[in-house]
Design a protein around this ligand. Structure first.
Ligand code: FAD
Length: 362
C-alpha cells in the first residue's frame, strides 16, 4: 500500500502528529492535521531532544531549521539536594556526538513546534487549527471524522496523535480513563538576566532528593532558564490536568534544599502545576484504519526526557511501514511490532529513573 495519493487525517498537532504528517507527506500522501487549539503554543516549558530524536528531525529534512533554535548543553550534573555535592556528570555535548553521531538539543517547545510546522507545510501538509475532533467512525471505504463545529471529513486512514488524554483511545481502544501516576510537576521559565549566578554557571542539572527532584536547563542560547520540579503525591484532586500555582507552594515543597536549585526557586514568580498521568498498556495500537501514536498509546513519566522523542521515532517508523505494507492494517501491525518493545523499555527506564532520582527502592 504505497502512501502516495492516500488521504491521511492526523489528529493532534503535537510533536508526534506534526512529525507523522510530514513523514507521510514526504511519501506523497495527502495529509491534513486537525488540532483542537486555535493556535500552537506551550505554556512555560522546555523540551530535550536526544540524538535519537535529532536523527528523526534530520531524516525529515528539518535539521537545519531546528539546529539554530536548539541549545546544546556541554553536560548535565546530578546533585545531592542537601549538600549540593555533584554525584555524577553526564557528557551531552561532544560526548553525544562521539557516541551517537548526533547532538543533544534543548528547545523552547514553541520553537520545536514552529520548526515542525514549517517543515510540515513545506511538504504540503494542511494544518487545521481550531478543529476539535469529537468522533471517528470507520466506514467501508475509509473513516469519517466529526468535528465539534459540526463539520465532517473523510480520510483513508486516521493517525490519532492526540496525547495522553486521547479521546480516540478512549472511544476505540480502552474505556479506562488515564490514571494519576503519583507525581506532579511544576514547570516554568525564568529570564536568564534575573537568574542567580549559581544557576547560570552550572548549566544543565538534576538535583535529587527524597520523593522529589528538580531539572534545570538553559534555552534560547542561554537567555531563558527552564525548570521542572517534580514531587511525589498520593493523589491529584484538581479538576483538570494543569493550573497556575502559587510559587510559594513550590518553595514549600522544596524547603531545606541547598545550592543552585534552591537559588532558582527563590526567584520564581510564575509557575504551572501539572499532574502526570498515564494509562495501562493497550492490547493493540490500531483497529482497522485507525491507529495511535506517541503519548496516545505509550505515555511515560518524563524522567528520561524521551516522550516527545519516542513520538518522533513512532512517526518515522509508521510512515515507512505504511508505505511498504500490503494494506493499512498490515502497516499498523508492522509499526506496532517495531515500536512497542522499544517504547515499553523506555517507559520502564523512565519510571526507574524516577526511583533513582527520588532515592527510592530500585
Ligand atoms: P501531545 O504533545 O500531547 O499532543 C497532542 C495534541 O493533540 C495536542 O496539541 C492536543 O491539543 C491535540 N488534541 C487532543 N485531542 C484532540 C482532539 N480531540 N481534536 C484535535 N486535537 C486534539 N519528552 C521529551 O522527549 N523530552 C523532554 O524533555 C520532555 N520533558 C517533559 C516534561 C514534562 C513535565 C512532561 C509532562 C512531559 C515531558 N516530555 C518530554 C514528554 C512529552 O511532552 C510528550 O511525550 C509529548 O509531548 C507527546 O507528544 P504527542 O504528540 O504524542 O502528544
Amino acid at each position: 500500500m504505497a502512501l502516495a495519493g492516500r488521504k491521511v487525517a492526523v489528529i493532534g498537532a503535537g510533536v508526534g502528529g506534526l512529525a507523522a504528517a510530514t513523514a507521510m507527506a514526504e511519501r506523497d500522501a495527502e495529509v491534513e492535521v486537525f488540532e483542537q487549539a486555535p493556535f500552537l503554543s506551550e505554556v512555560g516549558a522546555g523540551v530535550q531532544v536526544g540524538p535519537n530524536g535529532v536523527a528523526v528531525l534530520e531524516a525529515l529534512g528539518m535539521r537545519d531549521d531546528a539546529e539554530h533554535l536548539a541549545t546544546i548543553p556541554e553536560d548535565i550534573v546530578l546533585r545531592d539536594w542537601r549538600s549540593d555535592r555533584i554525584v555524577a556528570r553526564i557528557g551531552l555535548g561532544d560526548a553525544c556526538i562521539k557516541r551517537y553521531g548526533r547532538p543533544y538539543w534543548q528547545f523552547h517547545r514553541a520553537d520545536l513546534l514552529s520548526a515542525l510546522m514549517a517543515g510540515a507545510s513545506e511538504v504540503g501538509v494542511h494544518l487545521r487549527l481550531d478543529h476539535r475532533v469529537d468522533a471517528v467512525t470507520p466506514r467501508d471505504d475509509g473513516v469519517t471524522l466529526q468535528f465539534a463545529n459540526g463539520a465532517e471529513h473523510i480520510a483513508d486512514l486516521v493517525v490519532a496523535a492526540d496525547g495522553v488524554r486521547s479521546s480516540v483511545r478512549a472511544a476505540h481502544f480502552a474505556s479506562e480513563p488515564a490514571r494519576f501516576t503519583g507525581h506532579v510537576a511544576w514547570r516554568g521559565l525564568i529570564d536568564a538576566a534575573r537568574a542567580p549566578a549559581s544557576v547560570i554557571s552550572q548549566g544543565a542539572s538534576v538535583t535529587m532528593g527524597p520523593g522529589r527532584h528538580i531539572v534545570i536547563y538553559p534555552l534560547r542560547d542561554g537567555h531563558l532558564i527552564n525548570f521542572v520540579a517534580v514531587e511525589e503525591r498520593p493523589d491529584w484532586t484538581i479538576d483538570g490536568w494543569t493550573e497556575p500555582d502559587d510559587p510559594e507552594n513550590l518553595r514549600r515543597a522544596f524547603a531545606g534544599w541547598e545550592g543552585a536549585a534552591a537559588d532558582l526557586l527563590a526567584t520564581v514568580e510564575e509557575t504551572f502545576l501539572w499532574g502526570l498521568f498515564d494509562h495501562p498498556p493497550l492490547e493493540t495500537w490500531s483497529k482497522g484504519r485507525i491507529g495511535l501514536l506517541g503519548d496516545a498509546c505509550h505515555p511515560m513519566l518524563p524522567f528520561l526526557a524521551q516522550g516527545a522523542t519516542m513520538a518522533l521515532e513512532d512517526a518515522w517508523v509508521l510512515a515507512a511501514e505504511l508505505d511498504v505494507a500490503e494494506d493499512v492494517e498490515q502497516g499498523w501491525l508492522a509499526y506496532e511490532a517495531r515500536r512497542r518493545p522499544r517504547a515499553t523499555r523506555v517507559q520502564h527506564a523512565a519510571a526507574r529513573n524516577g526511583r533513582l532520582y527520588h532515592l527510592g527502592p530500585r
